[in-house]
Ligand binder design. Sequence first.
Ligand code: MN
Length: 283
Amino acid sequence: MTDNRYLVALSPGMPTTDGAGVKLTRMVGTPHLDMVDPFLMLDRIDSDDPDSYIAGFPNHPHRGFETVTIMLEGLMRHNDSVGNDGLLKPGDVQWMTAGRGIIHSELPEMIEGRLKGFQLWVNLPSDKKMMPPSYQDIEADRVPKVSFEGGGARVISGDFMDETGPAISQTPIRLLDVRLDAGTAWTTEPDDGNDLFMCVYEGEVSGTDVEGNRHTVEAPAVAVFAGQGPVTVTAGPDGAEILYCEGQPIREPVAKYGPFVMNTREELQQAVDDFNRGTLAAG
Ligand code: MN
């Protein structure tokens, strides 16, 4: 055993299509890499071909979890059944707690240029799955930035160094957008018992497995860590950019069907019935 967290899985993600034909890469939530509790899914978009994103994600429902949209480049308009309407710009974060039900659309507000960002799905514990839906629209300048030797981070949610991220998560998590300069060895200490993965989206890092063997994680790829104690990754010769996702596992059964994530098949059926009856996002 070791006193440090260690690499247990690497995945380059899986190209897929969602919404009205948006091409994206599913980084977490694939046959190769199932959820990293409490994170159900991570999708990554990075394209300068409008045909691959222009149709966006027209009206669709969600129930039972939270969706987090992190825009890096481009513009995305959202609208929902609760009456929210907003425009996500580079650096903005949108945190939607679907709770018992919401119907929304997510449409690129651009006809050319590069669309780059993430959508992360964070599970809700059973006692919060049917909570009222809510939104947090967080503009880029509200996301604190911290610096450390050889890099820096935007603190989106949770505590890091002397900052607290503005996004309030129903499940304790720490979500950071980290930048490492070439060759930086970055060590941080996740909370005891938390699960952790990093999505390397630019450059590369390396980390060690339980036997001390070093592996390179070249963008785009997800690295999952296990064990306890601090975690260290070392940036490659061109540095690295990383979405750092750490959270307290919920450890409950997960029943998934498309945009619904509940605990049992019966609850999924209820979600489908409510949607078909038009009551999913009512009141
Ligand atoms: Mn959605």
